[in-house]
Design a binder for this molecule. Structure first.
Ligand code: SAM
Length: 336
């Protein structure tokens, strides 16, 4: 067996083992460390290099793209990677029911140095079943991804590759694709380009394109302290502050992206029973596959303690794209 064949076999065994025993975290850790070792060796990108260029974020038309190191380390965000693999497996099964006589085609916007949702899935599907175009804004990441694709002999799976900003890119022959994969976000939808990328890309594809992740929302909850005899605090879901698909749906056709989306005021009155507010980033990957709180760096919650006595107030959230992408809030006395 050649090195190439043996690497492909290693990948196939690892990916199948993750998918067949998804709740086994020890197995997941071992398998992803093994895959990371192989990808680092084949690309010479480990995610741990100290060079400035490897760490620097890359500016896009809106927001910033992660540096190559951080992008490489995403592979080791264990449950994130496992859930995206599961989501893609389901999405591919759905897309297969819609196409015949050709592979399911994925447009992968923001592939990073390992293009894991191509390279790992190619280990378990044939090129008659699945193919990809990859796009990346970071030149060194794209070079590494292409090197890996070559090293693993996956060129039959590759339709095209583009060095471009997904926020402005016009996709050639966009109607050939069945799935758009763009995991270009961070917790709190901070800084990265998921929203502007969807704004640019989604209208270019067919209406039934399967988007992964399917949607992201920021959810506000109020927290009461645990009652005596219990360790669990009591949570009350208060409001969805941002729902990306709804935000995009509210932009009138032909209008550009707003610098700031509509304000979301939330009255906070009679808060004496509550000790804090929590904002969760809910990443709905595909159908029932969701990243739960704290499972991944993407779904780390933000908790704000309420100092006592907490005056009746309105907290108003604004999700803004300029001057930088972030969720802002202001707190004012109620009714002011
Ligand atoms: C969170 S990383 C994920 C990398 C890879 N998909 C993975 O799961 O390991 C996001 C990648 O998207 C790229 N990216 C972010 N914004 C982009 C944009 N506007 N255009 C193209 N690529 C972008 C980043 O450079 C980075 O490599």
């Amino acid at each position: 067996m050649t090195n190439q064949q043996s690497n492909k076999e290693t990948l196939k065994t690892a990916v199948l083992s993750i998918l067949e025993d998804p709740l086994n975290d020890q197995n997941l850790h071992g398998r992803l460390m093994q895959i990371h070792g192989l990808f680092s060796e084949l690309t010479r990108v480990s995610g741990m290099d100290q060079e400035m260029e490897m760490m620097a974020a890359v500016p896009s038309a809106y927001g910033k793209a992660l540096g190559i190191n951080h992008a490489a380390q995403c592979l080791l965000d264990l449950r994130r990677t496992r859930k995206y693999l599961q989501g893609m497996q389901k999405a591919i099964a759905l897309a297969k029911t819609r196409v015949s006589g050709r592979p399911v085609k994925v447009f992968y916007a923001g592939c990073g140095p390992y293009a894991p949702f191509m390279t790992l899935l190619a280990a378990i599907y044939t090129s008659e079943e699945l193919s990809f175009s990859i796009l990346e804004i970071n030149e060194r990441s794209l070079e590494a991804a292409k090197k890996l694709i070559q090293a693993l002999d996956l060129k039959d799976y590759l339709i095209d590759s583009y060095l471009a900003d997904a926020v402005t890119f016009k996709v050639p022959e966009a109607d050939q694709y069945d799935i758009l994969f763009s995991e270009t976000l961070d917790a709190m939808l901070y800084r990265e380009c998921y929203v502007p990328i969807l704004y640019n890309m989604l209208p270019q594809f067919n209406d039934d394109i399967i988007l992964i992740p399917e949607n992201v929302s920021l959810e506000l909850s109020l927290i009461k302290p645990a009652v005596a005899g219990s360790e669990d605090r009591v949570e009350l879901h208060k409001k969805t502050i941002v729902n990306v698909r709804d935000l995009l749906g509210q932009i009138p056709q032909g209008d550009g992206l707003p610098s700031v989306f509509k304000e979301v005021p939330v009255p906070l009155n009679s808060m004496d029973d509550f000790e804090s507010l929590i904002i969760d980033t809910r990443v709905k990957i595909h159908e029932d596959i969701v990243l739960e709180r704290g499972e991944s760096s993407l779904s780390l919650p933000l908790e704000m303690r309420l100092e006592k006595p907490f005056p009746d107030s309105t907290i108003t959230f604004n999700y803004q794209l300029e001057p930088q992408i972030e969720l802002k809030y202001t707190l004012e006395p109620l009714g002011s």
